[in-house]
Design a protein around this ligand. Structure first.
Ligand code: DHB
Ligand code: FE
Length: 293
């Protein structure tokens, strides 16, 4: 059966994509960001999965106020990079995995997560910037990707608890897929940032780092943090962090006894208006999945 081998958590910022695409990675401002991903790119090559289940948010690109799905599972074969105003990023298109995605759709919907299924959509910086950070500049992406969009742009947005429970159901869905593929789950977006209003530019290092600590040690407890705390402490766009619970919920619970292992942790300010947070966790398959091997 399929196994979840690890999770990657990372912020996304459009300017990171632009820095790569315009050849600015050696400029001191950007080098400090990309240096935090040097280990990650090497680790990714050594631990290449077959499929990345990539939890991200669209920013009024594929979905806008005319259509506001809370959870979107990409069941299509391909997803081109979107034009966000400066032409599409010069990155390869995304190859999906329709067979695996259909299995996940059945399993999650039967477990009462009423998803929206999308066969055709373009993907914005929320998805392409994490891909660039982890794979660098390549002609083709070395993995298939199942995009999973969460509405964190237009209220009402889903709670951390809901996302954590969805992650648990996702684990069951993935581990019941009969093909012996390796799957990574990525949780993206965040950390603290606010792009508009009198508090634009807000960054909260202390809160962000406490979030990283607790995401590792006590994700269930952390998932109960209410929306208002994200907005007050991490800025209006800090709410993107609820997506990380889907990835964390799909992983084992415990750190230290060999269930999960922290492989890499990085935190850096600034990158545009955002605090960049990044974590890589190794996973052990659940006992049930291991028994089926
Ligand atoms: C920035 C961050 C985001 O998450 C985003 O979606 C757009 C812009 C920024 O920091 O500039
Ligand atoms: Fe964003």
């Amino acid at each position: 059966n399929a196994t979840i081998t690890g999770a990657v958590f990372t912020s996304h910022v459009p300017a990171i994509g632009a820095a790569l695409d315009l050849g600015k990675t050696e400029e001191p401002y950007w080098k400090a960001v990309f240096d935090g991903y040097e280990f990650s790119k090497a680790w990714e090559q050594d631990n290449l999965p077959d499929v990345v289940f990539l939890v991200y948010n669209d920013h009024a690109t594929a979905f806008d106020l005319s259509l506001i799905p809370t959870f979107v599972l990409g069941t299509g074969a391909a997803y081109p990079a979107a034009d966000e105003g400066y032409g599409p990023r010069p990155v390869p298109g995304i190859e999906g995995d329709p067979d695996f995605a259909a299995h996940v759709a059945h399993s999650l919907i039967r477990d009462d997560f009423d998803l929206t299924l999308v066969n055709e959509m373009e993907v914005d910086h929320g998805l392409t910037v994490p891909m660039s950070l982890m794979f660098g500049q390549v002609d083709t992406w070395p993995v298939k990707v199942i995009p999973f969009h969460v509405n964190v742009v237009q209220y009402p947005v889903p709670s951390g608890e809901r996302c954590f429970k969805l992650g648990k159901a996702l684990r069951k869905a993935i581990e019941s897929y009969e093909k012996p593929i390796k799957v990574q789950i990525w949780g993206t977006g965040g950390m603290s940032h606010q792009l508009q209003g009198p508090r634009a530019g807000l960054i909260n290092r202390e809160w962000d780092n406490a979030f990283l600590d607790r995401l590792i040690e006590d994700p269930e407890g952390l998932s109960h943090v209410p929306h208002l705390e994200y907005v007050e402490e991490a800025g209006s766009e800090g709410i993107e962090l609820v997506m990380w619970f889907i990835a964390r919920g799909a992983m084992s619970d415990v750190e230290g006894d060999g269930e999960i292992e922290v492989v890499h942790r990085f935190y850096h300010v600034p990158a545009s208006n955002t605090a960049v947070g990044h974590l890589i966790l190794n996973n052990k398959p659940s006992a049930a999945a291991a028994a089926k091997e």
